[in-house]
Design a protein around this ligand. Sequence first.
Ligand code: SF4
Length: 423
Amino acid sequence: MPIPYLMYVTPSGELREEPQLQALAFGGRSIESADLIPLPDGVTLSMMPDRLAAGRRRNGERKVIARERGWALAALLPIGYTRTLLPDYEKVPGTEPLPFFGYSAVAGLNGKLYVAAASTDDPRKWHPRAFNKNKLARLVQKKQGEYAHNRIVAQHAHCALDYSCPTASNLFFGRWEMAIAVSPGCNSRCIGCISKQEEEDLISPQDRLTFIPTVDEIVEVAVPHLEQAEDAIVSFGQGCEGEPLMQWKRIEQAIKAIRARTTRGVININTNGSNPRWLQRLYDAGLDTIRVSTISGHPETYTAYYRPIGYRFEDVKEGLKRARDEGLYSSINLLCFPGMIDREREVEALLGFVRETGLRLIQLRNLNIDPEVLLPRMPSLESLGKALGMRELIDILRREVPEVEIGNFTRPIQRQVKVTPTS
Ligand code: SF4
């Protein structure tokens, strides 16, 4: 079996191979051919700033590539692929944290470039190819002309054009899953928050929403989308906002107003699931699906990452159990960090969490964060047991909870229309 070798990138951006050195994953594990897939369509190759490339000699010694020769190389995967290993590298002392990206390990094999990843969903609706920039710019201009007063349209125009956000762009393409951001505030303090960071040297890649839309603004963009779009979903809870549940009353009113006008399509919420009572109100109002963000099924790991304000891990579980009891289609947005979430204690806790909450779908999400920002703030890896590998984690889930689907996206499910008993 050929040995995957180190690839790195020169300061001028050219790829270089180092066939004498075996490619390594973060933490020093050797990368094997079985870990790798060819680079998927839509992948982005990225130089890791101030991170020196590192590989292993045949004698087992770790070798770092000199700075003047080049930097560590990583792949940023398109949605639909789950990263299985992070790249190994040597950080130049005293340098900045890495930008918030999902760095995936790459290696050379027979003159080609490969990545440590697994295909975990159909990327058709999320591939950059589906979002033609020129067409999008025209559609944004047209919609902004029609809805000049609607701040949601203005917000998501910014997200679509400046961040290439697929769900914001779908507001303008009029199809699939569309974003509706509603909340500037949040009751979590996630280490990897992409819209607000507390620490000076950590820069969140997106600006946090600054306004709370009215019910009318929400209904005005939601109803036409639900009525006309293919596989229509409107989703509260986006990367550019805080926690939508902070605006549960407004969402409750909006759901009722929307359903008074149309029964078509799916109303979804992406949430930290922090308050089961508020969620119950949304379930009663007609919410169809819920996706709860978590990094773990274990309270210690969960609490270390989310740093919750005024709620506990038990509340998150309670909210999901109520969703099950109400017949909602529930899923988790599982933040995937290879080498941590695939450790024995985490795998066992995740299985328990999935069984206890009656989930229907696990959405695997590559966690975009610098490993040296995340790991010092989490329980020690040694305390979590042996790393089983992301592929093994996915296999265990498929074997142990076969009724639960594994993918990367929210599903346009067939709505369960609740019949309110007449007295
Ligand atoms: S729940 Fe969302 S908005 Fe709130 S801190 Fe976490 S990532 Fe940020």
